[in-house]
Design a protein around this ligand. Structure first.
Ligand code: ADP
Ligand code: MG
Length: 357
């Protein structure tokens, strides 16, 4: 048994680098952030996920010191930063719109933060070379930002945020302006930079996939408040509310009170049953039972439509008053169903979740 003293020691090895204590930010009539409390540990990659207008950018602006809280306090390494101006907070910041200096070459953009810190020219040049090499832009140091692609500009922006070695990195929708393939490449790049430099990182996004793939922990925001905090898998697999279930992917919610759901867990009051589309098996209505049928609930449903989406087919089906989405990975020898076909849906009772309405 670890003693309380050991636990306290354990805590102090990974101190909370950033802490919000009951922070509210009011703009005129709008509370952009309401009574927000959170801690981010040293070296952690924390993502704030939420729809547009939920207050994500405001959290970053408060942390960066671009705006001041209306109420509450923000601590970095245990000290209130209320009186610390933004330029002294020592944070690397990357925004969606790149915000490189348009009149400076790539090299000058990277040198700038080092110059501000009084680093000597020889040392600066050496460090800029190292970073350009690291992000595969060694040949492009002489270009102006307007002569770079979106992905290249974002690599420069990331390098510029990291180059002066700040303890904290803030990213606001850093990949929002990039197309899908490039976004995936840049996700890999951000992940490997995080592994290499170990910066405490707070990333803001409305893209659930980005949040799930990049983060150690995710905060889901809704209307200025935290709806739920958890690991990517914890949130996706165990959403607490309908809002989180729907925001982090697709969710089938059992809303028909006449339908009797069977689940391994007891249903807490005020909740609805939920199951993820990929947890449902779809077969011909006449197909033989599965070997583990004793652990499953099954229903007969009608196919409303089938949408082919490359690696998977998405079926819209209905039974009773319920309309569900089922995802099936495309495989050889698989039966394909169409509008009007009768099918059997079944799912493990252990895959049913309960979410607050
Ligand atoms: P998100 O980044 O999640 O889209 P924001 O933090 O930008 O959300 O905005 C949260 C809310 O605060 C929105 O309703 C927005 O209109 C409002 N807001 C943000 N910045 C300002 C501002 N400078 N003045 C007035 N209202 C603002
Ligand atoms: Mg925003």
């Amino acid at each position: 048994m670890p003693s309380a003293k050991d636990e306290a020691k354990e805590e102090s090895l990974v101190p909370a680098q950033i802490e919000f204590r009951g922070v509210t930010k009011i703009y005129g009539q709008v509370a952009a952030v309401r009574d927000l409390s959170l801690t981010v540990r040293r070296g952690e990659f924390m993502t704030i996920l939420g729809p547009s207008g939920s207050g994500k950018t405001t959290v970053l602006m408060l942390l960066a010191g671009f705006v001041a809280p209306s109420n509450g306090d923000i601590l970095i390494s245990g000290k209130s930063v209320a009186a610390v101006p933004s330029y002294r907070r020592d944070q690397g910041v990357v925004f969606q719109s790149y915000a490189l200096f348009p009149h400076m070459t790539v090299r000058r953009n990277l040198e700038f933060p080092l110059e501000m810190r009084g680093m000597k020219a020889v040392e600066r040049a050496e460090r800029v070379d190292r970073f350009l090499d690291r992000v595969h832009l060694a040949d492009l140091g002489g270009r102006m930002p307007s002569q770079l692609s979106g992905g290249q500009q974002q690599r420069v922006a990331l390098s510029r945020a990291l180059i002066a070695d700040p303890p904290v990195l803030l990213l606001d929708e850093p990949l929002g302006a990039l197309d899908r393939n490039l976004r995936e490449q840049m996700q890999d790049e951000i992940r490997s930079l995080h592994k290499e430099f170990g910066k405490t990182t707070i990333c803001v996004t409305h893209d659930q996939e980005e949040a799930l793939t990049l983060s150690d922990r995710v905060i889901v925001m809704r209307a200025g408040r935290i709806e739920q905090t958890g690991t990517p898998e914890g949130l996706y697999d165990r959403p607490a509310t309908c809002f989180v279930a729907n925001f982090l992917g697709e969710a089938n919610i059992f809303e028909d009170p006449a339908f009797k759901i069977e689940a391994d867990e007891a249903q807490p009051s005020g909740t609805l049953a939920m199951i993820r589309p990929e947890r449902i098996c779809l077969a011909a209505a006449t197909a033989p039972e599965r070997p583990d049928a004793a652990h499953r609930q099954s229903v007969t449903a009608t196919v409303n439509k089938m949408i082919y989406a490359g690696p998977l087919r998405k079926y819209h089906v209905s039974f009773g008053k319920s309309a569900f989405i089922v995802r099936q990975h495309v495989g050889s020898g698989q039966e394909i169903f169409e509008h009007g076909d009768k099918v059997r849906l079944d799912w493990l009772r252990s895959d049913v979740r309960f979410v607050m309405a």
